[in-house]
Design a protein around this ligand. Structure first.
Ligand SMILES: *[C@@H]1O[C@H](CO)[C@@H](O)[C@H](O)[C@H]1NC(C)=O
Ligand SMILES: *[C@@H]1O[C@H](CO)[C@@H](O)[C@H](O)[C@H]1NC(C)=O
Ligand SMILES: *[C@@H]1O[C@H](CO)[C@@H](O)[C@H](O)[C@H]1NC(C)=O
Length: 378
């Protein structure tokens, strides 16, 4: 009996060895030949790979492992308003300059970091722009942001959460934008009903609280079948209801002569109101796994533009044009647009916009200097 078992094992080993042999020959052939027959043979293998991506979103999408979204931090000992049970929140995203390299501890040498602090100051403290409903500010930061920066931001009041990075393995994103797909994690902020995301290089001219009541930010029914088996191939189930209010770019910088600015068709992901939803997040991850479904150079913006395409089941909606402008001119400021997307550190911008930014920066720095020296005196 024992020997029969051994015989069986031997036979099994032999079979396994020959199977491996055949497999390696096949793999070799696939690698070497351009012959059509071989190509046809590779198709089913490709399909299996696609299925894997579809179910796990792991084949093409790289996900840094971190314990989900960390719990709230920094709220208890921060200077900010009480972050308790607000329905709505403002959210920002921070990653080190130049993509994934080692971040520096220098708090003044990183324009996006300074811009983030300015926007936090404007959202929480500046009397002319701060929230009039005590809405909290949440910042999602990638793991490679320097600890000194995380500490400084927490001290400024926001709820800073370090999240695992998401990246495409197939995109051609510029190095500086490598981490931007991580912004999809904004949809995991499910303790809030609505979130306003703003790019850090945004200046405010008045409070943003009213944007949550914009008609475009109302819950909307999915237009199509939401069940997995009825959804577009490979994309899987969709939520029955969603909120996605975005803003199209206002043409060029020459929109001064036409008011209101002429809206383009393309979604700009620098200012948007949405309903965070794990279901939608999972849906995005599945789409991210479908190579060439959208433009990998601007991954998060193109992914959202595709998932919420105008002729799809969950079209994005244009918010009121007074809320935000992407390519800012001074005339937008004069017209009273509430938030202005402007890289104020760039050499090419209107000096009046630069002045506006420097006044905000000065107020922000003075505010903290005053507050902190006052705390020392106490
Ligand atoms: C978050 O809090 C829960 C319960 O308080 C705890 O079980 C969990 O480990 C925490 N997660 C992290 C990432 O700290
Ligand atoms: C305060 O917030 C509400 C939105 O909740 C808005 O409608 C209102 O205009 C805001 N007040 C001011 C002074 O901006
Ligand atoms: C702005 O410039 C673009 C070309 O750069 C042109 O197509 C468009 O008509 C101009 N718009 C206005 C309002 O002048």
């Amino acid at each position: 009996m024992g020997s029969a078992l051994t015989e069986g094992r031997k036979l099994f080993t032999l079979k396994a060895i020959s199977a491996l042999f055949v497999l390696s020959i096949t793999v070799f052939l696939i690698g070497q030949s351009n012959h059509t027959a071989v190509k046809i043979f590779t198709v089913p293998i490709q399909n299996v790979a696609n299925k894997l991506m579809k179910s796990k979103a792991g084949g093409v999408l790289r996900q840094e492992k971190l314990a989900n979204l960390p719990n709230k931090t920094g709220a208890a000992d921060s200077n900010g308003p009480e972050h308790t049970t607000s329905r709505n929140a403002f959210a920002l995203f921070l990653t080190p300059p130049h993509g994934a390299g080692k971040d520096s501890d220098d708090l003044n040498d990183d324009d996006y970091f300074v811009a983030t602090r300015m926007l936090v100051y404007q959202l929480l403290y500046d009397p002319s722009t701060r929230t009039n409903n005590s809405y909290p500010v949440v910042i999602l930061a990638t793991q490679n942001v320097a600890q000194t920066k995380l500490d400084r931001l927490r001290n400024d009041g926001p709820d800073v959460r370090v999240v695992g990075r998401l990246a495409l393995n197939w995109g051609k994103t510029r190095k500086a934008w490598q981490d931007v797909l991580t912004k999809l994690r904004l949809f995991q902020l499910t303790e809030f009903e609505k979130v306003l995301f703003l790019d850090s290089d945004t200046l405010l001219t008045r409070p943003m609280d009213g944007i949550f009541e914009d008609p475009a930010a109302r819950p909307t029914k999915n237009k199509g079948a939401t069940a997995e088996d009825e959804a577009p191939e490979d994309e899987g189930a969709q939520p029955r209801e969603y909120i996605f209010a975005g803003n199209a770019g206002a043409g060029r910088f020459n929109h001064t002569t036409t008011w209101p600015p002429i809206k383009g068709r393309h979604l700009n992901a620098g200012c948007m109101v949405f309903h965070p939803s794990e279901e939608l997040y999972e849906y995005y991850l599945r789409i991210a796994g479908l190579k060439d479904c959208f433009d990998g150079r601007f991954p998060e913006q193109s992914l959202w533009a595709y998932a919420h395409r105008r002729d799809g089941n969950m079209p994005w909606k244009q918010m009121g044009y007074m809320w935000n402008i992407n390519k800012v001119t001074w005339s937008d400021v004069e017209h009273g647009v509430a938030s202005l997307h402007v890289k104020w550190w760039s050499h090419m911008i209107d000096p009046r916009l630069k002045d506006l930014a420097m006044r905000i920066r000065g107020r922000m720095e003075g505010f903290w200097e005053g507050k902190e020296s006052h705390n020392i005196l106490e």
